[in-house]
Design a protein. Structure first.
Length: 425
C-alpha cells in the first residue's frame, strides 16, 4: 500500500474565489426614511432574517437575499459571512452598508432559490485597530455576534454559540431530522475503546436500532466520522429512527467515533493507515462482540465530511474487504496542500477497480474543493466505477447541507437497488 505524504500543512489550498460574489448594490425592497426605522424593525422581527425579495433582473429562479444588523452610535462596520459566499482575499466585499441617517446596516446577494447556508455576523463597535489592514480583519473575526432576528440555528462545530442559517424556498427540506412522535426509537450509548494502532483511548457512540435482539439477523453497519458532532449536537439518531420507520433503510447499527480535537482530526483523517486499522481491527470488532453486525462490506457504509469525506474514500480504498460503500460529502480530495496534491485520486488511478461504491456530494459554492472533486469523478469513471453517484448542491462546506445529503446517501446506498438505481446529478 503506498504511503501517504507526511507533514503536509494543516490547511486547504489558499485560493482566491474564481468568480465575483453575486452582490447587489441594494436590497430588493425600499429602505425606510430615518423616521420610519421603528416600523421597519418591527416588520423584521415578525418576518425574521435574512429578508428575501424578488430579483427581477435575474428571473424567477433567483432572489435577492438581504442580511441585516441594527447598529448603534458606536457601530463602525458589520461583516456578514454566509458559508463560502466570501473571498478571503477581499474581506471588504462582505461589509454591510449603512442606510444614511438610520441604524439599518444591510448586505444583499443574488442567490438561486434552492440555496441554503449558515452564516456569521461580525460587528465593529470600536476598540480595535483602524479599519483596513490585515490586523483589523483578524481582529474583526473575533467580534462575532448572534443574529437577534433569526430563530433558526444549528449547533456550532467544536462548541460555542449556535450558528444561524437560512434556507430559501427551493432548498431541500430537513424534516427527517426532527423527532417524530409515535415511532420506535433506537438507543444510543457512549463507550471508550483502547486503540493500539493510535496509542490512545478513543470515545465513540453506538446507535442500536429498535427491537434488536441477539438472534436478530446481522445488521448493516454505518461508520459515521466526527461522531461527537453528529450525535450529541445534531442528533443523528432521530434521522436513523425516521428512515428505518419509513422502510427507506433497513435497521442498522451506527458507530460514531470521536474526532477528539482539531489537531487530532488533522492527524487521523488525512489518509492515515493507522486510523483505518483502528476502525477495522479494533472498533468494529468491539461492536461485533456486542451486537449482531454484518462483516459483509457490501452492507457496510463509511461516511464523512470534509477531511472525514477524504477518509471515508481512503478507508474504502485501503480496506475494501470491510468497507464496500464510501459516502463522502465535501471531501478534501485536494489533500495534501503542497507536494503530491490529490494523493488519493492518484492512487485510485493506479489501482485496479475495487469492489467499492462511492457516493459523492459537494457544494456549488466550494470553489476550493470542486476542481479536485470533479477530477476525482472523472478518475472514477475512467477506472470503471460506473455505479458512482456524484451530486452538487447549492450550498457550501456546511452541516446544514450535509444533513440532507447524508440522508439521501444512506437511502441510496442501503435501500433495495442501492446506488445503481439512482442517476448521478
Amino acid at each position: 500500500m503506498p504511503v501517504p505524504p507526511q507533514d503536509a500543512p494543516n490547511h486547504p489550498p489558499r485560493l482566491a474565489r474564481p468568480d465575483a460574489l453575486p452582490r447587489l448594490l441594494g436590497p430588493g425592497f425600499a429602505l425606510p426614511a430615518p423616521d420610519g426605522t421603528g416600523d421597519f424593525w418591527a416588520g423584521v422581527r415578525r418576518r425574521g432574517t435574512p429578508l428575501v425579495a424578488p430579483d427581477p433582473a435575474a428571473g424567477a429562479e433567483h432572489v435577492a437575499v438581504t442580511f441585516l444588523w441594527r447598529g448603534t452610535d458606536r457601530t463602525r462596520a458589520v461583516q456578514v459571512l454566509p458559508n463560502k459566499l466570501a473571498d478571503p482575499r477581499d474581506p471588504g466585499a462582505n461589509l454591510m452598508e449603512r442606510a444614511p441617517g438610520t441604524d439599518i446596516w444591510h448586505w444583499t446577494v443574488r442567490l438561486r432559490h434552492d440555496w441554503r447556508g449558515t452564516y456569521d455576523l461580525f460587528v465593529d463597535e470600536g476598540g480595535g485597530p483602524e479599519p483596513g489592514g490585515a490586523d483589523y480583519w483578524r481582529w474583526l473575526r473575533t467580534q462575532r455576534r448572534t443574529d437577534p432576528h433569526n430563530t433558526r440555528a444549528l449547533p456550532r462545530r467544536w462548541g460555542g454559540e449556535p450558528v444561524p442559517y437560512a434556507e430559501l424556498s427551493g432548498a431541500p427540506a430537513a424534516v427527517d431530522w426532527e423527532p417524530r412522535p409515535g415511532i420506535p426509537r433506537g438507543t444510543v450509548s457512549e463507550h471508550t475503546v483502547h486503540s493500539g494502532h493510535l496509542g490512545a483511548d478513543r470515545r465513540f457512540w453506538l446507535y442500536q436500532p429498535p427491537g434488536t435482539a441477539p438472534e436478530t439477523t446481522e445488521l448493516p453497519v454505518l461508520v459515521l466520522l466526527d461522531g461527537e458532532h453528529w450525535q450529541p449536537r445534531l442528533g443523528v439518531a432521530h434521522l436513523l429512527d425516521n428512515l428505518i420507520a419509513d422502510g427507506r433503510i433497513p435497521p442498522l447499527a451506527a458507530v460514531l467515533p470521536d474526532s477528539v480535537d482539531a489537531g487530532t482530526r488533522w492527524t487521523d483523517l488525512t489518509c492515515r493507515p493507522e486510523y483505518v486499522g483502528f476502525l477495522t481491527d479494533e472498533l468494529l470488532p468491539w461492536v461485533a462482540g456486542r451486537l449482531p453486525v454484518t462483516g459483509d462490506p457490501a452492507r457496510t457504509v463509511i461516511a464523512g465530511q470534509s477531511l472525514g469525506g477524504l477518509t471515508a474514500a481512503y478507508a474504502a480504498f485501503a480496506a475494501p474487504h470491510r468497507f464496500g460503500n464510501a459516502l463522502a460529502q465535501s471531501g478534501s480530495f485536494w489533500w495534501p496542500e503542497g507536494p503530491e496534491p490529490e494523493w488519493l485520486t492518484a492512487r485510485l488511478t493506479e489501482a485496479p477497480r475495487l469492489p467499492v461504491r462511492f457516493w459523492l456530494s459537494f457544494g456549488e459554492q466550494e470553489w476550493v474543493a470542486l476542481p479536485a472533486a470533479r477530477r476525482l469523478r472523472a478518475t472514477l469513471a475512467t477506472a470503471g466505477y460506473d455505479d458512482t453517484v456524484y451530486r452538487e448542491f447549492n450550498g457550501g462546506h456546511d452541516y446544514l447541507c450535509w444533513r440532507t445529503e447524508l440522508a439521501d446517501g444512506l437511502v441510496g446506498l442501503l435501500s433495495p437497488g442501492g446506488a445503481t438505481a439512482r442517476t448521478a446529478a
